[in-house]
Write a protein that binds this ligand. Structure first.
Ligand code: FAD
Length: 463
């Protein structure tokens, strides 16, 4: 092996965790290399969170235009230009990419575009995109390898060349009939967006409800929403075999409660989960161990089983959100600077950007019951919040779990207009360990969604 080039820090992967590690370390004057095999910035700005929310917003504008008469908009006809939909998204992605390039340059981190593979502990060989190889060794290594769409072992699936979110978010054409496999957040968001853009959509879900980590009332409300929008939702449906080619003609053979059936469509999207990108980087050379699902084993300080190697974000088995990857970075970085932070007891919110949105922070009812936690429940239809009347967005409900033996807020779930923003008020109260009565008695501006918290909490059963 040639003599490795020496760095203080080697960051592999430029996603939510890696880029901040590289920028911050280099900004503090430490010699830092950032290796990225794909697009700078990782999944979120390039192929995941932000492009999906961009397309979802175009789909929302189109759905509002279809409802235009209700708001006084006169249009003779509405048609969708997928090239224009993509143009807006690509412009956004290009702008974000430029911002990442500038910030990386300004930080002083050295960006190496290529694929890293360990050849010794804390030493990698990089296959450079521009050709040639480099060997780098570092005092500290930070792994931010991310994840990719899982491809379940279903006969004929790979041969059908299905889309993942990456291809689906980059379509310049509208699928005539899209079959979506998976009713988690990727499947839900993309099913609704593609339906609103004009595709016929069938959503196939193996479990008895959509968003199966949520309470059954949420799953049922999402199903009603989708059915009302003209999406065919098939629950408790097992995939048996796939024939044909996505983009042309596909036949999805399934078993459901009635027995065997076949769904025919033109395009196939796989959204059945994620897999960590830990398989091709030769971690055996490092002493970094994986768990049984292929995620990097870390302790609650995100230290791996190898000395001076940390893992962050999706590859470390952290909850798969950009905000968690960024938080992972700050835990590792602060600990290197003398802090004692851990991943224990993090309050992690999430949103599913269907329209209306689903937002949750803390426990839902199913989790509280599973953990034997007694709670008081308050639940209220969104339509009771006057703000929803002003915008004609009445759908959904919100609910809060309050401790039975105190006034602590245990969890908040909202399906409705601006649920993601509304959740932040509940989350802030939870972070501050405020009793629910503080929100109940707070004066929120009128007419806002937050005002609904007063109404919701007025109904808490007194202990
Ligand atoms: C369709 C979709 C929508 C989503 N929407 C949201 C959302 O709205 N909000 C949210 O919070 N989360 C969302 N997520 C999840 C979010 O995108 C991820 O949790 C987040 O991007 C993970 O960040 P990360 O830093 O762990 O990894 P990534 O962003 O995946 O970055 C890892 C990087 O490592 C690089 N890499 C891997 N191996 C090597 C190697 N050997 N050499 C060099 N480079 C390597 C990869 O190319 C990649 O760029 C969404 C995901 C999807 C798929």
């Amino acid at each position: 092996m040639a003599n490795p080039e020496r760095y203080e820090n080697l960051v592999i992967g430029s996603g939510g965790a890696g880029k901040f590690m590289a920028w911050t370390m280099a900004g503090a004057g430490r010699r830092t290399a950032l290796v990225e095999r794909g697009a700078l910035g990782g999944a979120c700005p390039n192929v995941a969170c932000l492009p999906s929310k961009n397309i979802i917003h175009s789909a929302k504008v189109i759905s509002l235009a279809r409802r235009g008469g209700e708001f006084g908009l006169k249009t003779d006809s509405i048609s969708v230009d997928m090239h224009a939909v993509q143009r807006r998204k690509r412009l956004m992605v290009a702008g974000l990419h430029q911002a990442h390039v500038e910030r990386t340059t300004a930080s002083g981190a050295e960006l190496i575009q290529g694929t890293a593979r360990f050849v010794a502990p804390r030493t990698v060989e990089i296959d450079r995109r521009s050709g040639g190889k480099r060997i780098i060794s570092a005092d500290r290594v930070f792994l931010d390898l991310g994840s990719r769409a899982a491809m379940p072992e279903i006969p004929g699936l790979r041969a059908a060349n299905p889309m993942t979110h990456v291809e689906a978010l980059d379509l310049d054409r509208l699928p005539e009939h899209l079959i979506v496999l998976g009713g988690g957040y990727v499947g839900l968001e993309l099913s609704q967006a593609m339906r609103r853009l004009g595709s016929k959509v069938t959503l196939v879900q193996h479990s008895p409800q959509l968003a199966d980590r949520e309470d059954p009332d949420i799953g049922a409300a999402l199903k009603d929403l989708f059915v009302d929008e003209g999406i065919e939702v098939l629950l408790e449906t097992e995939l048996r075999q796939i024939d044909g080619h996505s983009g042309d003609r596909v036949r999805v053979h399934v078993n459901d409660r009635e027995g065997k059936r076949c769904i025919e469509g033109t395009d196939l999207l796989v959204a059945t989960g994620r897999k960590a990108n830990t398989d091709a980087i030769n971690l055996e050379q490092t002493g970094v161990q994986l768990d049984e699902h292929g995620y990097i084993k870390v302790n609650d300080r995100l230290e791996t089983t190898a000395e001076n190697i940390w893992a962050m974000g999706d590859c470390a088995g952290s909850p798969m959100f950009t905000h968690v990857a960024v938080n992972d970075f700050s835990i590792v970085y602060d600990n290197l600077n003398g802090a004692n932070r851990t991943t224990k007891n993090r309050l992690i919110p999430f949103c599913i950007f269907t329209d209306p949105e689903l937002a949750r922070v803390g426990r839902n009812e199913s989790e509280a019951r599973r953990d034997g936690i007694e709670y008081r429940l308050v639940k209220m239809p969104m339509a009771e919040i006057l703000r929803t009347r002003t915008v004609s967005e009445h759908r959904g409900f919100m609910k809060m779990l309050i401790a039975n033996d105190g006034d602590e807020i245990l969890g908040f779930t909202a399906l409705g207009f601006e649920a993601s923003e509304l959740m932040a008020a509940a989350q802030t109260a939870m972070l501050g360990h405020l009793p629910y009565t503080v929100l109940r008695d707070a004066i929120f501006a009128h007419p806002t969604m937050s005002e609904g918290l007063n109404q919701l909490l007025a109904n808490v059963r007194v202990r």
